[in-house]
Design a protein around this ligand. Structure first.
Ligand SMILES: Cc1cc2nc3c(=O)[nH]c(=O)nc-3n(C[C@H](O)[C@H](O)[C@H](O)COP(=O)(O)OP(=O)(O)OC[C@H]3O[C@@H](n4cnc5c(N)ncnc54)[C@H](O)[C@@H]3O)c2cc1C
Length: 393
């Protein structure tokens, strides 16, 4: 198949759409097959490190995103038990000098929507909803993809951007289901004027405590507050079936400062998200098929980088495709080689950060002691990450 043959992408989340857009910029035709009935995202916030901004510029969506972004003045870490600030990353001039780009938070639908609009504006991109990919057959000269409704597509290559439970990964790597972390997340977006304690409303604040934390930041011009409460369930750790429910959420936050406990009112109790990740595994590429985003390297959210990594993946992948013509196996192998160590480091570091923020007893005391010595203008723990990547080409 020639350079004008379509590249198929399974999954139209932030990763899949970013890949479609990046490939279109590289002059390739792309078809995105999305399992859900519409292309959309869940209605909560997402944080974007400074490393992602240049990627959004390359995708041509940075200006469309900017009006929807909120720029906090600091990332504040507070002790959930005492309610007192432990340390912060100041997002002021020294941060901008060091990383060149700002840290922002945004409603997921505004981010996904801006990338989707850009995809819709490109003739090279076809978007199809209600197309859950169930299997593929890589024939060497083309990849045949079959969807749940029996429809079939032939493409020059396939990118599995089909998320945590990726069927494409099952066929490429076959390493079974992701690991359940035993962490349960409750989210809520409420009008900002409903928030009683607004002392940190210009920051992104995380209250951290023994096996729990609560994140708060404002979205949509500051009109609404995004709230995320997480517990690393004791009941799950003890092997109990009935774990992670709203009763355990309340129970685990019982030791927290009353102001933090009261913030649980801002999260919905009728739904939770059960966190999973995987240890890093290379080998995302097999023949003319590769993986991207959560399908390749699912991670816990403790560095707030899963979507940032998916967007970086997309830009690197398109650069490799541009460099290797129609040799997708070479392009995808080069992409994987360039991405593996960085994403593996984020996966592992996210687990370590989870341990640190959820520390109890002496480990909590040590953490708080070390936090007190940090320089707010030099976030050395994430310096390697926030410095971003260089795209060659
Ligand atoms: C609580 C929480 C907080 C987070 N906070 C942040 C943060 O602040 N910053 C950050 O960068 N990241 C964050 N993340 C991580 C981020 O949400 C994910 O890493 C990111 O959404 C992954 O994007 P993706 O496109 O790879 O996968 P997904 O968003 O999962 O998209 C996959 C798409 O594929 C579709 N699909 C599934 N199966 C098929 C199939 N068989 N065929 C076709 N389509 C299919 C799905 O419907 C979906 O649209 C957080 C995650 C969690 C759980």
């Amino acid at each position: 198949m020639g350079q004008d043959a379509e590249i198929l992408i399974a999954g139209g989340g932030i990763g899949g759409l970013s890949a479609a857009l990046a490939l279109a910029h590289a002059g390739r035709r792309v078809r995105v097959l999305e399992k859900a009935a519409e292309f959309t995202e869940i209605g909560y916030g997402i944080q974007m490190g400074p490393n992602v901004h240049p990627m959004l510029e390359r995708l041509g969506v940075a200006r469309a995103i900017e009006p929807h972004a909120v720029y906090p003045d600091a990332l504040v870490l507070a002790d959930g038990i005492t309610g007192k600030e432990l340390t912060r990353i100041a997002l002021r001039a020294p941060f901008l000098e060091r990383y060149k780009y700002r840290y922002f938070v945004i409603h997921r639908r505004d981010l996904h929507g801006a990338i989707l609009d850009a995809c819709r504006g490109r003739d090279e991109i076809a978007l199809e909803a209600s197309k859950g990919v169930v299997r593929f057959d890589d024939r060497g000269d083309r990849v045949l993809v079959t969807c749940e409704d029996g429809s079939e597509y032939a493409g020059a290559a396939l990118i599995g951007a089909d998320g945590l439970w990726s069927p494409t990964r099952a066929a490429v790597i076959g390493d079974g289901p992701p690991r359940m972390a035993g962490h349960f997340v409750y989210r809520g977006v409420v009008p900002s004027d409903k928030i009683i304690d607004r002392s940190h409303e210009n920051s992104m604040i995380i209250y951290i405590g023994p096996n729990l934390h609560l994140v708060q930041y404002r979205l949509r011009g500051g009109t609404v507050m995004n709230n995320v409460a997480t517990i690393a369930s004791y009941r799950y750790a003890r092997g109990e079936q009935d774990c992670g429910g709203p009763d355990e959420l309340e129970e685990m936050f019982a030791r927290c400062d009353p102001r933090v406990r009261q913030m649980l009112d801002y999260v919905g109790k009728d739904r939770n998200w059960v966190l999973h990740d995987r240890p890093p595994v290379s080998g995302w590429t097999r023949g003319n098929v590769t993986l991207l985003g959560d399908a390749a390297h699912p991670m816990l959210q403790y560095l707030a980088q899963g979507a940032c990594m998916a967007i970086e993946d997309a830009v690197v992948l398109a650069a490799k495709v541009a460099a290797h013509g129609t040799d997708y196996t070479r392009a995808f192998t080069a992409y994987q080689e360039e991405r593996f160590y960085r994403t593996a480091r984020v996966q592992i570091t996210a687990r370590v950060f989870g341990e640190i923020i959820h520390a109890d007893g002496g480990a909590r005391e040590l953490r708080n002691h070390l936090c007190a010595q940090r320089d707010p203008d030099f976030p050395y723990e994430v310096d390697w990450l926030y410095r971003g990547i260089t795209i060659l080409s």
